[in-house]
Design a protein. Structure first.
Length: 279
């Protein structure tokens, strides 16, 4: 690796949401591959932050506490919170609400799959989740283990990320603006996650980012594992136009859940000269 390159990752998931690795395992792997700065951003969950902070001190790696909040606009929009205080009472209460909502959604997912001749029960899926908040990857893993699909990506493609799934399985989500306010209340910075995955044209994306900026958005995840160089360049231009910072994340979940998404993003710090890194 040349001297002008660094490896960072400000978007990762652990077993506290739908990742494969514990916070300690993830940070150990990050240290092993030379990551200089890493954030754990579990879905709607701050349960792993204390463990991660302790592990970071032990391992010797710079760590940022975070969260990824699922919100609802015309489509689902994810807002990252970076540098949050996980002891913030309003954030803790909201995360408990998220957990309760996900439990109710898990029951709906069981029904959805049952109607498609996959007889999963809540007891079975709790066993797969092993005490963690139940998420779609747990259902994908159940289907793989029981021969209904060949692997987790197939479970999402055929069942868990289809129009029928989203029509039949829903849970109450905050608005992006509410998530931004919640993150700011907990002392964090709010970042629009993987904007290139939004189902909007470029004009609509820019106007959406402009609206979120007016609501307090701090940054955009311009550098993302699935963004093309052209997409990344366009988002950096939009971020600069609206005086927003940039973030850089892989959206790592683990080699089993997302085999095409490795941990860590190798980047040139010069990319951040015009659009500063969020942290």
């Amino acid at each position: 690796m040349s001297n002008n390159m660094i490896i960072i990752d400000l978007h990762t998931h652990t077993t506290y949401s739908d990742g494969e690795l514990t916070p300690y395992e993830l940070l150990s792997e990050a240290k092993k591959i030379g990551i200089e700065l890493v954030a754990i951003t579990d879905h709607d969950n701050i349960g792993g932050i204390a463990e991660a902070r302790k592990a970071a001190e032990e391992i010797g790696i710079e760590f940022i506490p975070g969260i990824e909040i699922s919100t609802q606009e015309k489509e689902e929009v994810h807002i990252l919170g970076l540098g949050i205080d996980e002891t913030n009472e309003a954030l803790r209460r909201k995360c408990q609400e998220f957990a309760d909502s996900r439990e109710r959604r898990a029951e709906l997912i069981c029904g959805f799959l049952n109607r498609r001749n996959i007889p999963v029960t809540m007891e079975e899926i709790r066993e797969v989740a092993a005490g963690e908040v139940i998420g779609r990857p747990h259902f994908a893993l159940y289907m793989e283990r029981n021969g209904y699909v060949a692997n987790c990506p197939e479970a999402f493609a055929r069942y868990l990320n289809t129009p029928a799934f989203h029509a039949e399985v829903n849970r109450q989500k905050p608005s992006p603006e509410e998530a931004i306010a919640l993150i700011h209340g907990a002392g964090g910075k709010a970042v629009l996650a993987h904007p290139g995955l939004l189902k909007k044209n470029w004009y609509e994306v820019e106007m959406f980012i402009k609206t979120l900026k007016e609501a307090g958005l701090d940054g955009v995840e311009c550098i993302y594992q699935k963004h093309t160089p052209a997409t990344e360049k366009r988002f950096l231009e939009i971020a600069k136009k609206y005086d927003l910072a940039t973030s850089c994340g892989s959206d790592f979940h683990g080699v089993h859940v997302k085999p095409d998404v490795p941990l860590g993003m190798k980047v040139n710090p010069e990319r951040f000269l015009d659009v500063p890194l969020i942290v």
